[in-house]
Design a protein around this ligand. Structure first.
Ligand code: URQ
Ligand code: ZN
Ligand code: ZN
Ligand code: ZN
Length: 507
């Protein structure tokens, strides 16, 4: 307990300094600018047993506390990545990062929690959950699961109920693309939406028209375009816009909120913007690659150099990236993911003579926090508080784990990053921790460097040194939403609430 009357540090209770008695090795992050989504202050952060205990100026601590000097730096909630695929079996192979390697890379890049997509095994959700739980045993970082729904029957409905009520899952992803793999029909999607509403779970959608994509792929390939450039040509943004609009309308018909994953285009963004203007509850998640890159990369003469960018929906022509950044700045889009689903050059070579066989997916889990800082804060588009909101707090609120996650507040998990705005970061496959030989952000230099990452109250990244422990990662159950989906309501309320520095509560 913390009291000013303990006399341990010889300070009178009236002193402006706060005194903390400490009996074991703890951490004090000193002298930084602490930034939450709705409040910024110069303060110290005291951490004990993995939990943030105090956020206040001028804390004095006993001498067995580790002090980290954060003067001139930003002290923020660790990033939360809402969209990853570790160890994911896909297109005849498996994404190259394990739960351990992908999470180590994330910690090195300032992300301290991710939500991975558990996939059903032959349509069996319960079996899929068990497989993912096993994969995650090697975790070194906290994580949650979404569950994908790739078919519909009574067992799927039953399993969804069990996963929500007993396994800490509160979101389900429906693919309107990947015909013959994951794609569900509109009828199945409707059933899923209705079940999500009944359970208080958030439906997520991969919005591309899968029938049209299949037709486009055949047509482009048969015209003799077999290289990576065939990928974006075969699934233009109009197909993403069509499916996004359709998904929003079906969710509105069921009257349930909808979360659109990897929003990659103006076409999709316009559908989301129009729906939100009508008061329909839609969340839009752009990802690092859609914000940072344009589709010229697919025309690179070297197959490997082009194939590393192949993901779905495709990276779009220049202009879409800027529109996505603007929408993120003005609140039409709410948070940033990565869709981290990396494949090595060898794996990508499966599509050497047929772009339809290039495993879809690219890296991002390690780069997101630096890229968003560069694209959105350094450019002046958003404030540091907004940066915290879109990289961490909004995700925690949408998935109903705020303020355990997504805040530097007394009582929150001690997942914290220290960013030095005056140091640069250069991204390269030569230095990254992701286990693939390429990096889609190769050579990108950013003004700003996340020097320290604290996860579960331990320093796991310290100026270039990773110090992670396999098995230390925890599964974070995500509770279902009340009938009003209060998780989404909190998102807006948080922008209005003020932080009371005196008794350190959010009023
Ligand atoms: C299959 C998975 C990752 N791959 C991708 N987005 O290209 C997804 O569609 O989100
Ligand atoms: Zn004292
Ligand atoms: Zn997807
Ligand atoms: Zn994905």
């Amino acid at each position: 307990s913390f009291s000013l009357s303990d006399g341990m540090c010889g300070l009178e209770p009236t002193d402006s300094l706060q005194c903390v008695t400490s009996t074991s090795s703890k951490i004090l992050v000193k002298g930084g600018t602490v930034v939450n989504a709705d409040y910024q202050q110069n303060a110290d952060v005291y951490i004990e047993d993995g939990i943030i205990k105090l956020v206040a100026p001028n804390l004095k601590v006993a001498d067995d506390v580790r002090i980290i000097d954060a003067a001139g730096k930003f002290v923020m909630p660790g990033g939360i990545d809402p969209h990853t695929h570790l160890e994911m079996p896909f297109m005849g192979t498996e994404s190259a990062d394990s739960f351990f390697t992908g999470q180590a890379a994330a910690l090195a890049g300032g992300t301290t929690m991710h939500i991975d997509f558990a996939l059903p095994i032959d349509g069996d959700l319960a079996a899929g959950y068990d497989i993912w739980a096993k994969k995650a045993k090697k975790s070194c970082m906290d994580y949650g699961f979404h569950m994908a729904v790739t078919a519909w029957n009574d067992k799927v409905a039953k399993d969804m109920e069990i996963l929500v009520k007993e396994k800490g899952i509160n979101s389900f992803k429906f693919f309107l693309a990947y015909k013959g793999y994951f794609m569900v029909t509109d009828g199945e999607f409707l059933q899923g939406l209705r079940k999500c509403k009944e359970l208080g779970a958030l439906p997520l959608v991969h919005a591309e028209n899968g029938d049209a994509v299949a037709e486009g792929q055949t047509r482009i390939f048969e015209q003799g375009i077999t290289g990576p450039e065939g990928h974006p040509l075969s699934r233009p943004s109009v197909l993403e816009g069509e499916a996004t609009g359709r998904a929003i309308k079906l969710a509105h018909f069921v009257n349930t909120p909808l979360y659109v994953v990897h929003v990659m285009s103006i076409d999709a963004l316009d559908e989301i913007s129009r729906a939100r203007a009508q008061g329909i509850r839609v969340v839009g998640e752009p990802i690092a690659s859609g914000l940072a890159l344009n589709d010229s990369v697919h025309w690179h003469s070297d197959f490997q150099a082009a194939a590393k960018y192949v993901m779905s929906p495709p990276i779009r022509p220049a202009g879409h990236d800027k529109a996505l950044q603007a929408a993120l700045a003005n609140g039409v889009l709410q948070l940033v993911g990565t869709d981290h689903c990396p494949f090595t050059s060898e794996q990508k070579a499966a599509g050497k003579h047929d772009f339809r066989k290039i495993p879809n997916g690219l890296n991002g889990i390690e780069e997101r926090m630096h890229l968003v800082w560069d694209l959105m804060v350094n450019s002046g588009k958003i404030s540091v508080k907004d940066y915290v909101r879109i990289t961490s707090t909004a995700c925690a609120q949408i998935y109903n784990i705020y303020p355990q996650k997504g805040a530097v507040l007394p009582g929150s998990d001690a997942d914290i990053i220290i960013l030095n705005p005056n140091r640069t970061t250069t991204i390269s496959a030569k230095t990254h921790h992701t286990t693939i030989d390429t990096n889609v952000y190769e050579g990108w230099t950013i003004k700003g460097n996340i020097e320290v990452t604290i996860s579960q109250g331990k320093v796991v990244w310290d100026n270039g040194q990773l110090n992670v422990e396999k098995g230390a990662g925890r599964y974070i159950p995500m509770p279902p939403f009340g009938p009003l989906f209060d998780g989404l309501e909190k998102l807006d309320a948080a922008r209005l609430r003020s932080y009371n520095p005196v008794d350190r509560t959010i009023v």
